[in-house]
Ligand binder design. Structure first.
Ligand code: NDP
Length: 234
C-alpha cells in the first residue's frame, strides 16, 4: 500500500535517510527543503517551517500531487548552542520556533486530512538531549523535551480518531549537525555510549518507519530511544 508521506527536513541528514526508507518501501514521499538543489526521487516542496504560509503552500502542493498526508515525520530541527549567560533571546526563540512551534505548525496542518481519513501516523524526532539535558543546549533540550508533552497530549486527544503520535529520541548521529562538534567533545560523548559509536542516519530511519507501519498499530504516546544506550534510565 503506497501512502502519502511527508518528511520535514528530508533533504539531508536523518530526514533524508527517513525519506529513503519510506520510498524504498513503495510510499509516495514528499520532503521539504529551504534552499539549494533537493535530492532526487521525492516530491520536494520548498518550505521553511517557521513560516505558516509556506507550510500551508507545501501541504497544498503535496495534496495535489500525492493526496492528503497520511504519515507525517516532523524531523526538521536546528541547534544554536550557547551557555545560558551568553544565550541571546534570538538563540532561544529561534530554536523553539523551529523545533517546537514549527512541529506544531506541520502537525496541525496534517491533522486536517488525518481527521477526515480517520487514521494517521505522526512521528516526532526529538533527542536524547531533551530527556538527559546537555550543557550549552538549554534551548535545544527544552524544545526537544517539549515534543514529548506535545505528542503525549495529542495521543490522548486524537487516539479515538485512530491517529498515533510517537517520539523517537536519537542519540548522536553522524550528520552535518554533529560534524560541528570538536574531537574532544566527540570523545567525551562516545565515552558515555555503551555501543561506543555514533548512529548512522539509517538506524534512526528504521525505527521511524516501524512506528509508521502496521506492526506499530497499538503504539502511541511512546518515546523510543535510538541512542546506543546513552540515555538509559531517563
Ligand atoms: P541536519 O542539520 O543534518 O539537518 C537538519 C534538517 O532540518 C535539514 O533538512 C534542514 O533543512 C531542516 N531544517 C532546519 N530548519 C528548518 C526550517 N526552519 N524549516 C524547514 N526545514 C528546516 O540535522 P540532522 O539530520 O542531524 O537532524 C535531524 C533531526 O534529528 C533534528 O530535529 C535534530 O534535532 C534531530 N537529532 C539529531 C541528532 C544528531 O546527532 N544528528 C541527535 C538527536 C536528534 P535545510 O537543508 O534547508 O537547512
Amino acid at each position: 500500500m503506497s501512502r502519502s508521506v511527508l518528511v520535514t527536513g528530508g533533504n539531508r541528514g536523518i530526514g533524508l535517510a527517513i525519506a529513503r526508507a519510506f520510498a524504498d518501501a513503495g510510499d509516495k514521499v514528499a520532503i521539504t527543503y529551504r534552499s539549494g538543489e533537493p535530492p532526487e526521487g521525492f516530491l520536494a516542496v520548498k518550505c521553511d517551517i517557521t513560516d505558516p504560509e509556506q507550510v500551508e503552500q507545501a501541504y497544498k502542493e503535496i495534496e495535489e500531487q500525492h493526496g492528503a498526508v497520511e504519515v507525517l515525520i516532523a524531523n526538521a530541527g536546528i541547534t544554536k548552542d550557547q551557555l545560558l549567560m551568553r544565550m541571546s533571546e534570538e538563540d532561544f526563540t529561534s530554536v523553539i520556533d523551529t523545533n517546537l512551534t514549527g512541529t506544531f505548525r506541520v502537525v496541525k496542518r496534517a491533522n486536517r486530512g488525518m481527521l477526515r481519513a480517520k487514521k494517521g501516523r505522526v512521528v516526532l524526532v526529538s533527542s536524547v538531549v531533551g530527556l538527559l539535558g546537555s550543557p550549552g543546549q538549554a534551548n535545544y533540550a527544552a524544545s526537544k523535551a517539549a515534543l514529548v508533552g506535545f505528542a503525549r497530549s495529542l495521543a490522548r486527544e486524537l487516539g479515538s480518531r485512530n491517529i498515533t503520535f510517537n517520539v523517537v529520541a536519537p542519540g548522536f548521529v553522524d550528520t552535518d549537525m554533529t560534524k560541528a562538534l570538536s574531537d574532544e567533545q566527540r570523545a567525551g560523548i562516545l565515552a558515555g555510549v555503551p555501543l561506543g559509536r555514533y548512529a548512522q542516519p539509517e538506524e534512526i530511519a528504521a525505527t521511524v518507519r516501524f512506528l509508521a507501519s502496521d506492526d506499530a498499530s497499538y503504539i502511541t504516546g511512546a518515546v523510543i530511544p535510538v541512542d546506543g544506550g546513552l540515555g538509559m534510565g531517563h
